[in-house]
Design a protein around this ligand. Structure first.
Ligand code: AGP
Length: 612
């Protein structure tokens, strides 16, 4: 959601910025812009739509300069058009900024600035920031004006400031929206995320809220909002750009679906030890989990797909570890007045580690004395840093907006957690434990087998690609799978409405819509509720709905109930959401491709939702 880039160095600034912006495209955006300083003048180019439009525009109207800022905007205030695209400039055109976040008190600030003679060109909240800096800079040095402005604005921001009078430096700051600094050789960067700078440097600083950075080609300087100098060691990024490229796949989503055996292996690596039958974590995670008291209550908070992973976690933690669990959408949790105390552990699940609602949720929980454990993919992200303990999923960078490998690795991490806690609570007979560990370790291979069925899923998808409404139904561990399957389809196929339900809920309303040919995807793999799911399939068939059934391999009984059948290898129920995710993801993918949808960057969606 909005991508920010800042650059100071010796290279062609605009090319560097545009390339960095292209690596942030996955975040989702609807317009793009760039500003470069040369000979005391800032030149701005902006375009609505895809970044390529801006690239073409810059080719026709070239820019030169070795210092500049760039932005991909995801509209919050004002239409996604060229005027509202960033960068935004002050009245004189000497100051220019890019911003990610929402300024909550922008309306009152704007009113005051208008009364002082400022004229606004856009409908954005962002434009007030640059006018406010301009206003303050009439009476004080620019750096001071920038800091004072940051103190006066309320809300979330990652912001970069370029001034025509400052040819050697850019200022940047963050509060609630991600911003990193890349430290190169004779060049420095601001960016919303690491892939933007990876082609040029692996040394980064992750900024914290309330920090201000002065970026120069010779290196960055980091201070508090009040100007106190801070010391920070750079983090060296271990993964490289090839991990963030398509490598022959038509889309990132397809690549990431196929990366799941590896992603799960990475989540399990050094943690699940089948040879000794042990589950182990690093010291801090172990210490955190070992300190959990028997009366502990767990609240899982997350958004979207991560929330669905949390729902799977609820089933497994309650059934296997005997711990009471609530799962909340982070956006609701923060306003529902949940009763928390020191015997509550809040587990935040997040791929990006930057989701605004989840971040606000853990901050609120912390204030009330709860302990925070996060399951996160992005190292050094805000949520990871603010948690008492982190279990990294190590799934590698996920670029497609639709989450796939992050989801299955989150469920894998929750399974590790569950089995660890259950074992500590002596919930297994040795033979049962041995079998679970063996099956868990075999999971990456099981996923590979499920992926081999991609051609079958593709032909089923071709059959239903013209449908515009779908239901997804499942029970128990595969109720969240139904929600996730429906979310995958509707997010990458904006033409289609898809709804997931607990299969038992059908009779309480949704069944009224079923009529001839209405497609219903059932997750009917072998489990203690298998027969119940069959009854639900019967109910849909009785109304002449069309049943697409995901079933366990070798289940010959189910054939007679399915209009279309997709099989997956049979597993223990606890592992089944991970396995059933594969055909659900592939089905959504192939339906989207058949409908010529923008699979990796669906309209209106952003990879990382950093505003409320
Ligand atoms: C899923 O495909 C979506 N991209 C979305 O629901 C996502 O899972 C949600 O925004 C949470 O993101 P996070 O895991 O980075 O916190």
């Amino acid at each position: 959601m909005c991508g920010i880039v800042g650059y100071v160095g010796k290279n062609h600034g605009v090319d560097t910025i545009l390339e960095a912006l292209s690596r942030l495209e996955y975040r989702g955006y609807d317009s793009a812009g760039v500003a470069v300083l040369h000979d005391g003048q800032i030149q701005v180019r902006k375009k609505a739509g895809k970044l390529q439009g801006l690239v073409d525009h810059v080719h026709k109207h070239p820019l030169i300069g070795t210092i500049g800022i760039g932005h991909t905007r995801w509209a919050t205030h004002g239409l996604p058009n060229e005027t509202n695209a960033h960068p935004h400039s002050d009245s004189t055109g000497k100051l220019t900024i890019v911003h990610n976040g929402i300024i909550e008190n922008y309306a009152e600030l704007k009113e005051k600035l208008i009364s002082k003679g400022h004229e606004f060109k856009s409908q954005t909240d962002t434009e007030v920031i640059v006018h406010l800096i301009e206003e303050h800079a009439k009476r004080m040095p620019l750096e001071q004006a920038f800091r004072l402005t940051l103190k006066e604005i309320r809300g979330s921001y990652a912001v970069c400031l370029l001034s025509a009078d400052e040819p050697d430096r850019i200022f940047g700051a963050r509060n609630g929206s991600p911003l990193i600094v890349g430290i190169g050789k004779g060049e420095s960067f601001f960016a919303s995320d690491v892939p933007a700078v990876l082609g040029r440097t692996r040394r980064v600083w992750y900024l914290n809220d309330g920090e201000v950075v002065e970026l120069r080609a010779s290196g960055p300087k980091i201070t508090t909002l009040d100007g106190k100098l801070l010391k920070r060691q750079p983090t060296t990024i271990k993964w490289d750009l090839t991990a963030a490229r398509k490598e022959g796949y038509a889309h990132f989503m397809l690549k990431e679906i196929h990366e799941q055996p590896t992603a799960i292996e990475q989540t399990l690596f050094n943690r699940l030890k089948p040879e000794t039958g042990q589950i182990t974590f690093n010291r801090s995670t172990r210490a955190f989990l070992d300190a959990l008291k028997p009366q502990e209550k767990i609240i899982i908070i997350a958004c979207g797909t991560a929330y669905h992973a949390g729902l799977v976690g609820e089933y497994m933690l309650e059934e296997f570890a005997n711990i009471p669990v609530d799962v909340d959408l982070a956006s609701e949790f923060r306003y529902r007045g949940a009763m928390l105390d020191k015997n509550t552990t809040v587990i935040a699940i997040t791929q990006s580690g930057e989701t605004a609602d989840t971040l606000a949720g853990i901050r609120l929980a912390k204030k009330q004395g709860a302990k925070i454990f996060s399951i996160c993919n992005v190292m050094g992200s805000s949520i990871a840093r603010e948690s008492d303990a982190v279990l990294y999923t190590h799934a590698g960078p996920e670029i497609a907006v639709a989450s796939t490998k992050a989801y299955t690795s989150q469920v894998t991490a929750l399974t590790l957690l569950t089995l660890y806690l259950a074992k500590k609570r002596k919930r297994f007979a040795p033979a049962r434990w041995k079998q679970l560990v063996r099956d868990f370790a075999a999971l990456p291979n099981v996923i590979k087998k499920a992926l081999e069925k991609a051609p079958d899923v593709k032909s089923v998808a071709a059959k239903y690609a013209g449908c515009r409404n779908f239901y997804y139904l499942g029970r128990r561990y595969n109720f969240p799978s139904a929600l996730e399957g429906a979310l995958k389809l509707k997010e990458i196929c904006p033409l289609i409405h898809a709804e997931g339900y607990a299969a038992g809920e059908m009779k309480h309303g949704p069944i009224s819509l079923i009529r001839m040919g209405w497609p219903v995807v059932f997750i009917a793999t072998k489990s203690p509720v298998y027969e119940k799911v069959i009854s639900n399939i019967e109910e849909v068939r009785a109304r002449r709905g069309d049943c697409i059934v995901i079933a366990s391999e070798g289940d010959s009984h189910i054939k007679r109930y399915a209009d279309s059948l997709i099989t997956v290898p049979e597993t223990e129920e606890i592992f089944s959401p991970i396995v059933s995710a594969i055909p659900l993801q592939l089905f959504a993918y192939y339906v989207a491709v058949a409908n010529k949808c923008d699979v990796d960057q669906p309209p209106n969606l952003a990879k990382s939702v950093t505003v409320e």
